[in-house]
Write a protein that binds this ligand. Structure first.
Ligand SMILES: Nc1ncnc2c1ncn2[C@@H]1O[C@H](COP(=O)(O)OP(=O)(O)OP(=O)(O)O)[C@@H](O)[C@H]1O
Ligand SMILES: [Mg+2]
Length: 366
C-alpha cells in the first residue's frame, strides 16, 4: 500500500520468552476505516491490539499514526480509545464519572466536559441523566458505557477487543450493528478484534485474518469469502464455513477421494483445467450454500445423506462422500431425495488448495 495510510504497522514482532506471538506483522489502515482482526484463540489478536494501544512494547518494528512514529509514545499520549471484552468500568464511579474519566485525564473541565459526556452517552443510546453505578446496569448497557468512555476523548483510533463476546446472541447482534452505525456517524478509525467470522464479515470494511502470529490475508469481506488465500481461511469464513474435501489428482481428468474412490467431474473441475499435476494432494473448498443435490446426472459425487438439520429458512444436509463428511445448505422448501444422492459443486471457479501448504492452486487465484 501507499505511504499515506493513517495507521501503519511495520515488521512488528513480539515474543513471550521463547514463544513468538507475532511474526513481523505489517498492516495498513486507512483513515476512517473499520478493520477487523479475525482469528482463532491464541493467534495474537490481543497482543497486536495492545501494541497499537501502547500497553505493550514490540520487540521489533514500528507503529505510525497520522504520519508520526508513536512506537515509543506511552498509551496516555496516543489519544486512543480502548474497549475490552469485560467492560473494565470503575465500579465505585457513577456512569457519568466513568465516561468523564478520560476527559479529566486530558485536563478538560466543567461545562465542556459535561457536554462531552452528554454527547457520548447519547451517541451510544444511553440516557445522559443516568445516575446509576455500573453494577446496576445490564451487560449490554455496561458495554455501551465503556464505548462512550472510549469515544468521549474523540480518539484518533478506537480499539475494541472482543467487545461483544460477553453479550448474549441477540444483544451481540444488536450492539454490533450499533457499533458500525456509531463508526459511520463519527468517522473514527476503528479496529475490532474478534474470533467470530460472522461478526467480522458483518461489520468491517476490511478483515485481517490471523493465524499463529501472522496475517494470512487482508481483504474486504467479499474477497475473503469469494477468494480465500488459504484453505484455513476457506474453512473459517462462511456460515457454515466451506467444506474442505481432500482429493488427489488422478491423471488429467479425475480425482481420487479419501477412501480411494475415483471421481470424474465435469471438465471445469478437472485437475487439468485447474493446472494441477497428477498425484498432487489437494483440498477442494466447497461452500455449503453453493452445492446442489440431485437424483441423477453426470459428473456428480456419489453421496449418502446422514442427517438433516432444520435451521429456519434453510436446511443443513449432512452427507458422506468418498470417505469425507460435507454439509450442504439449501432452502427448506427444496426437496431432498435420499439417502443416495449426487452432489454437484458449482461449475465455475473451484477453490483448490495444496493439501500440504494450504496455498491456492487453481488459476483463479485472486
Ligand atoms: N503474558 C503472556 N505470557 C506468555 N504467553 C502469552 C502471554 N500473553 C499471551 N501469550 C500467548 O501468546 C499468544 C497470543 O496471545 P493473544 O492474547 O494475543 O491471543 P488472542 O488471539 O487474543 O487469543 P484470544 O482469542 O483467546 O483472546 C497465545 O498463544 C498466548 O498463550
Ligand atoms: Mg484476545
Amino acid at each position: 500500500m501507499t505511504g499515506s495510510s493513517y495507521l501503519r504497522i511495520r515488521s512488528v514482532r513480539k515474543s513471550y520468552k521463547a514463544f513468538t506471538a507475532l511474526h513481523d506483522i505489517d498492516l495498513d489502515v486507512e483513515q476512517g476505516a473499520f478493520v477487523a482482526l479475525l482469528g482463532p484463540s491464541g493467534c495474537g489478536k490481543s497482543t497486536l491490539l495492545q501494541i497499537m494501544a501502547g500497553l505493550m512494547q514490540p520487540d521489533h518494528g514500528e507503529i505510525h499514526l497520522a504520519g508520526a512514529n508513536i512506537t515509543d509514545l506511552p498509551p496516555w499520549k496516543r489519544n486512543i480509545g480502548l474497549v475490552f471484552q469485560n467492560y473494565a468500568l470503575f465500579p465505585h464511579l457513577s456512569i457519568r464519572q466513568n465516561v468523564r474519566f478520560g476527559l479529566d485525564m486530558l485536563g478538560m473541565s466543567g461545562r465542556e466536559a459535561e457536554a462531552r459526556v452528554d454527547e457520548s452517552l447519547d451517541m451510544v443510546g444511553l440516557d445522559p441523566s443516568l445516575s446509576r453505578r455500573p453494577s446496576e446496569l445490564s451487560g449490554g448497557q455496561q458495554q455501551r458505557v465503556a464505548i462512550a468512555r472510549a469515544i468521549a476523548i474523540r480518539p484518533r483510533l478506537l480499539l475494541l477487543d472482543e467487545p461483544l463476546s460477553n453479550l448474549d446472541a441477540v444483544l451481540r447482534h444488536k450492539v454490533r450493528l450499533e457499533l458500525r452505525q456509531l463508526h459511520d456517524r463519527t468517522g473514527i478509525t476503528t479496529i475490532m478484534v474478534t474470533h467470530d467470522q460472522s461478526e467480522a464479515l458483518a461489520t468491517a470494511d476490511r478483515i485481517a485474518v490471523m493465524e499463529s502470529g501472522r496475517i494470512l490475508q487482508y481483504e474486504t469481506p467479499e474477497t475473503l469469502y469469494r477468494s480465500p488465500a488459504t484453505s484455513f481461511i476457506a474453512g473459517f469464513v462462511g456460515n457454515p464455513p466451506a467444506n474442505l474435501l481432500p482429493l488427489s489428482a488422478n491423471g488429467a481428468d479425475s480425482w481420487t477421494l479419501a477412501n480411494g474412490d475415483v471421481w470424474r467431474p465435469i471438465a471445469a473441475l478437472s485437475p487439468a483445467a485447474n493446472g494441477v499435476t497428477s498425484g498432487t494432494a489437494c483440498l477442494m473448498a466447497l461452500r455449503p450454500e453453493m452445492l446442489t443435490l440431485r437424483a441423477s446426472g453426470d459428473g456428480g459425487l456419489p453421496a449418502r445423506i446422514s442427517a438433516i438439520e432444520f435451521i429456519g429458512g434453510d436446511r443443513l444436509v449432512h452427507v458422506e462422500t468418498g470417505g469425507s463428511r460435507l454439509t450442504v445448505r439449501m432452502p427448506t422448501g427444496d426437496a431432498v431425495a435420499g439417502p443416495q444422492v449426487l452432489l454437484y459443486p458449482p461449475a465455475e471457479t473451484p477453490l483448490l488448495f495444496d493439501a500440504n501448504s494450504g496455498r491456492r492452486l487453481d488459476p483463479n487465484t485472486h
